[in-house]
Design a protein around this ligand. Structure first.
Ligand code: MF3
Ligand code: CO
Length: 264
């Protein structure tokens, strides 16, 4: 069942998203070779709680951390750990925050230091595919129009692997609500979107093949071929002419540009 949101409810979701994005920006400021993803997670959790919010992911189906930090061949749901990051790593930081009974959800992939042009292209293209998907998130279109736009730009144009097992989602009082938002599919398929729908669109794109496996921790999703994967996520509010993007990369991109350890 899809739960549509009023403008007031959407503004509460925007407030939660702001906390999420600023928490990711805090992590971006700290990114340097040698730091661990556990250190980033601690700062993210502290930031969220200082804002009077709760980390949405912690305790969700037993997930043990405030953030998912997925490095290189980790696609999503990476456990923060004590392994120092190194030059050339790509680091996806996915965060959720819950405040005023509403969740916000967003993710961003950083490039630490210099890396192969083909990895940079993967990250750039994944981000572009998110915005191309968002362009289709307007009332009257179908979910499949978003899916098709993402798949077209990544799989068809660049030959990347689009992960099938994980999808975007509705959100609001719950972190995961209907409908599912796949990153692959046919134009004109799936549920029709109406004004007031709030969805998280989150392309997960592999440099190599689409296949993934779950690590022995039961959560971390890895590419089967060991090649890198990128992930970006926005929470958006479906409207008549164009979607209102409730999350924002503004503070993250400012932190990325200001941190000379990051390629941007
Ligand atoms: N952004 C991801 C999602 O929407 C992260 C969820 S992690 C979990 O599915 F731990 F909360 F499941
Ligand atoms: Co999500």
């Amino acid at each position: 069942m899809i739960i549509y949101k009023t403008r007031e409810q959407a503004e509460l979701i925007r407030e939660s998203c702001k906390i999420v994005n600023d928490a990711i920006a805090e992590a971006a400021k700290m990114l340097v070779a040698g730091i661990t993803t556990m250190q980033l997670d601690r700062r993210i959790e502290e930031y969220i709680r200082d804002c009077g919010a709760l980390p949405s992911f912690k305790g969700y189906s037993g997930y043990p951390f405030a953030s998912c930090i997925s490095v290189n061949d980790a696609v999503v749901h990476g456990f923060p750990n004590d392994v120092p990051l190194k030059e050339g790593d790509i680091v996806s930081v996915d965060v959720g925050a819950f405040k005023n009974n509403y969740h916000g959800d967003s993710a961003y992939t950083f490039i630490l230091g210099d890396t192969d042009e083909k990895v940079k292209q993967l990250v750039r293209t994944t981000k572009e595919s998110l915005y191309l998907g968002i362009e289709k998130a307007v009332a009257g279109n179908r979910i499949g129009d978003i899916s098709h736009a993402v798949q077209q730009h990544t799989e068809r144009l660049f030959g990347y692997g689009v992960v099938r097992e994980l999808v975007g989602h509705g959100l609001g009082n719950d972190l995961h609500e209907d409908p599912q938002v796949p990153n692959y599919g046919k134009r004109g398929s799936g549920p029709v979107m109406k004004e007031g729908l709030v969805i998280a669109i989150e392309p997960m794109i592999n440099l190599g093949k689409k296949d993934v496996v779950t690590a022995s921790d039961g959560w971390t999703v890895l590419t089967r071929d060991g090649k890198p994967s990128a992930h970006f996520e926005h929470t958006v509010y479906v409207q008549k002419v164009k979607a209102d993007i409730l999350s924002s990369f503004e503070t993250i991109e400012a932190a990325e540009k200001g941190n000379l350890n990051l390629f941007s």
